[in-house]
Design a binder for this molecule. Structure first.
Ligand code: ZN
Length: 278
């Protein structure tokens, strides 16, 4: 081999080694940051504008609480290196279709819809987290693990339901209900800025831990999507046997429409306006 050609080969080989070294270091750095720099989180503050959220006559406006938690979550995630997109960042009405379209314009994103619950019965309380597609279960489990674990409220578990923003989402998508604004204790908590900051931090912890929490919970009821059957609007875990039979018959209607029997204890799951859900 002529000397010049050998030198050229050596130069090429050393350049190749240097390049591989740099890219593997970058890969390791990315992995150690839980891919946060390459992950987009779409934060969806529930309701907004003319849609206050909650039930008629509710004192604390759900739309204000969801926006504040969403904006706090945005700050926490952005500080952690995540790319954050908000479906709304002010008190405006955004249709559900637009919210989903925003989420679906990003591939491999994480969608988190922030809501608060409401019920006619003021005693209704607790944290519940919804998912639809089974690929969203690890994210739902992780967010629920942190939010329900960090809140003094009762644990209403991870639930599977076909909410529009979850069903139409092509990304891992979760809707978290951060407590009942119709419950005096939980409404007082929600109205405290420090508690809303805590909620934001717990949701962020769930996003960061989405790949580890679910595998650590294999012995619990949130182990598999199969263990969480799809729920129609009426909460099957709360209705009596006779009401359950009734709700089965009206399954198709009750899944899409948000009406439920006011007699059923399941009606404590939210009643919502025409265009919004959650
Ligand atoms: Zn809501």
């Amino acid at each position: 081999m002529p000397t010049n050609l050998r030198r050229l080969c050596l130069l090429f080989a050393s350049l190749l080694i240097a390049f591989l070294g740099i890219s593997s270091t970058a890969q390791a750095r990315r992995a150690s940051k839980d891919s946060s720099s390459s992950t987009t989180v779409v934060i969806d503050a529930g309701h907004g504008g003319y849609d206050r959220g909650g039930i008629p006559g509710q004192r604390v406006a759900e739309k204000e609480m969801t926006l504040d938690v969403a904006q706090r979550l945005k700050k926490v995630l952005a500080a952690g290196g995540y790319r954050v997109v908000m479906t709304r960042d002010s008190d405006v009405f955004v249709p559900l279709g637009t919210r989903v379209a925003i989420a679906n314009s990003y591939s491999n994103a994480i969608f988190v819809s922030v809501h608060f619950n409401s019920a006619k019965r003021s005693g209704a309380s607790g944290i519940e987290t919804y998912f639809y597609g089974r690929e969203s279960l690890p994210l739902a489990s992780a967010i629920h693990y942190y939010v329900a674990g960090g809140a003094p409220s009762s644990n209403r578990n991870v639930r599977r339901r076909g909410y529009y923003v979850l069903r139409k989402n092509r990304n891992a998508a979760v809707l978290v209900e951060c407590g009942f604004l119709t419950n005096p204790t939980e409404a007082a908590l929600a109205q405290s800025a420090s508690y809303r900051q805590k909620l934001a931090e717990e949701i962020a912890a769930g996003i960061r831990g989405r790949n580890t929490v679910a595998s650590a919970l294999t012995t619990t009821r949130v182990a598999t999507a199969e263990s969480i059957p799809l729920q129609p609007y009426i909460d099957q875990t709360k209705v009596s046997r006779s009401e359950r039979r009734k709700s089965k018959r009206s399954h198709k209607k009750s899944t899409r429409r948000k009406k439920s029997s006011s007699k059923s204890r399941g009606s404590e799951a939210k009643t919502s306006s025409k265009n919004q859900e959650g």
